[in-house]
Write a protein that binds this ligand. Sequence first.
Ligand SMILES: Cc1cc2nc3c(=O)[nH]c(=O)nc-3n(C[C@H](O)[C@H](O)[C@H](O)COP(=O)(O)O)c2cc1C
Length: 221
Amino acid sequence: MTIWEAIEERHTVRQFTDEAVEEEALEALQERIRALNAEFGLKLSLHANEELQLWPGMTLFFSSGVENFILLAGPHGSKAAERVGYCGANLLLLAQQEGINTWWIGGTYSMKKVEGEAGGELYGVIAFGYGKEEGKPHRSKDAMRVSRYEGSEPEWFSRGVEAALLAPTAMNKQAFMITGKDAVVQVSYKAGAFSDVDRGIIKYFFEQGAGKENFRFADAE
Ligand SMILES: Cc1cc2nc3c(=O)[nH]c(=O)nc-3n(C[C@H](O)[C@H](O)[C@H](O)COP(=O)(O)O)c2cc1C
């Protein structure tokens, strides 16, 4: 599965079967996590065959079988939060390519239970496994409302925005603005509970759609 197919086919799934995730897929995720932690200074960790305790309302009404998850932890601060978003997005798409469904959970789980295991500030979790269904596309804003390119808009920019609009955001807010000029791209996100994490996710999806070689982010470190 190409990365573009993964972008199009990924949707949040909240109900999982009890089938164990294949060893090969777990290893691929584990290896990617190791590399991301090393490159971005994060504390992402994989937990397979371990139940994630959700808020009771969640399990009653719309979720089940969350027995695999990735803890998204790292240092404190908005830069680290953005990196968590960027790296978590990378893992969502890798999982999709491995035939695994995912659910990004910002807050509706029992943090107390896992905080000790996280080893850093906990920004959320990604639950994963084989979905009972594949999920469905989210309602989406129009590209015109969330992006602007000064001058004639290049094809890569439109593709990047298209990918960003397929990304998950907290409560599906899609409160981002992507602007571009002379192959320099700026992504901003309306301030809110998960805005730094969401901005990181949007940057990763944009980059996958646009192609890293075509532009640079204005705030690249
Ligand atoms: C940072 C973040 C936090 C989220 N937190 C929750 C959550 O606490 N509970 C939940 O059910 N879904 C949560 N979601 C999932 C979003 O609701 C979902 O991604 C969004 O509605 C878009 O749908 P899609 O993922 O199918 O494209 C979260 C997503 C993100 C990116």
